[in-house]
Write a protein that binds this ligand. Structure first.
Ligand SMILES: C[S@@+](CC[C@H](N)C(=O)[O-])C[C@H]1O[C@@H](n2cnc3c(N)ncnc32)[C@H](O)[C@@H]1O
Length: 269
């Protein structure tokens, strides 16, 4: 007799797994409502952000390659923040940098990425980003081409660790380089120091639970932020990283988020 594919698999009945999967399911509109609420909690307007993103993509005939909601986040911050200087840690191929350049045409944008293939550790994959990167030349060529007409963008090829030697300040900082300890903690502390008093730091790929071995890091970013919250240095909130169908079966605790961090400006002593 044929097995019912909904309730049984070749390895035996899996009704509970199926029911569990269905219980996790969120439609696009469920996730969108959650996102609207998360933006509202941060004093940001999601609908305006979507409109602003669409405008930038249409006006500049840009193809959106990444559904990540950090595009909407940066578009919504435009309405609440005076942005003169932006720092991006992790340029990659420069698509988001180019979007930022069009979104904030009057701001100076500094973006940095590693200068070369970092000496191989024997782990020839791009999953631990600070290690050997076999695609380095292609990425560098792509980002030079993406950014060649963005006159408000300055590209630096340097390890973000060197930010500890800078003394200037930024209204908006996007932390999206190495996603693991210890580099992420360095990036976070350097960013706190370089943040203008009313500025905002956004941190990509935040998980609130550990995810050992995961290529894009686990809860390292969340831990850094929580430590700063406990110390009274910052306040923070979260938005969903993705609301497209890639997130529809993911439980809230396993969904990636983007963190939004502000300095509390408390006098500490
Ligand atoms: C996820 S990608 C950045 C994506 C881009 N910011 C965006 O919004 O689409 C991460 C980038 O960070 C770079 N990176 C990793 N470690 C770094 C470090 N220590 N300093 C500077 N860049 C680093 C990697 O080479 C990679 O290109």
């Amino acid at each position: 007799m044929r097995k019912n594919p909904i309730f049984e698999s070749s390895s035996g009945p899996c009704m509970f797994e199926q029911v569990n999967l269905l219980r996790k399911f969120r439609t696009y509109s469920d996730l969108q409502s959650i996102q609207i609420q998360m933006f509202e909690t941060l004093g940001l307007n999601y609908a305006v952000a979507v409109q602003e993103c669409d405008r930038v993509f249409a006006e500049h005939s840009l193809l959106r390659r990444d559904p990540s909601q950090h595009y909407e986040l940066f578009a919504s911050l435009k309405k609440t923040l005076t942005v003169r200087r932006i720092l991006e840690i992790g340029t990659f191929e420069g698509h988001f940098t180019r979007f930022l350049s069009y979104l904030y045409p009057d701001a100076d944008i500094l973006t940095m990425d590693l200068p070369q293939r970092v000496a191989s550790t024997g782990e020839k994959s791009h999953d631990v980003l600070r290690h050997y990167n076999p695609d380095f030349e292609n990425e560098r060529t792509e980002r030079r081409s993406q950014l060649r007409n963005c006159s408000n963008v300055t590209q630096i090829e340097a390890d973000s660790a060197l930010l500890c030697r800078r003394n200037d300040s930024f209204d908006l900082i996007w932390i999206d380089g190495d996603h693991k300890f210890p580099v992420l903690a360095w990036d976070f502390i350097n960013s706190l120091r370089l943040l203008a008093p009313a500025g905002v730091i956004a941190v990509d790929d935040i998980l609130q639970v550990p995810a050992p071995g995961r290529s894009m890091g686990g809860d390292e970013g969340y831990q850094c932020i929580q430590r700063a919250v406990e110390a009274g240095i910052v306040s923070s909130g979260l938005i969903e990283k993705r609301i497209d169908n890639s997130s529809q079966f993911t439980t809230p605790e396993k969904r990636k988020r983007v963190a939004v961090v502000k300095s509390t400006e408390n006098k500490l002593w």
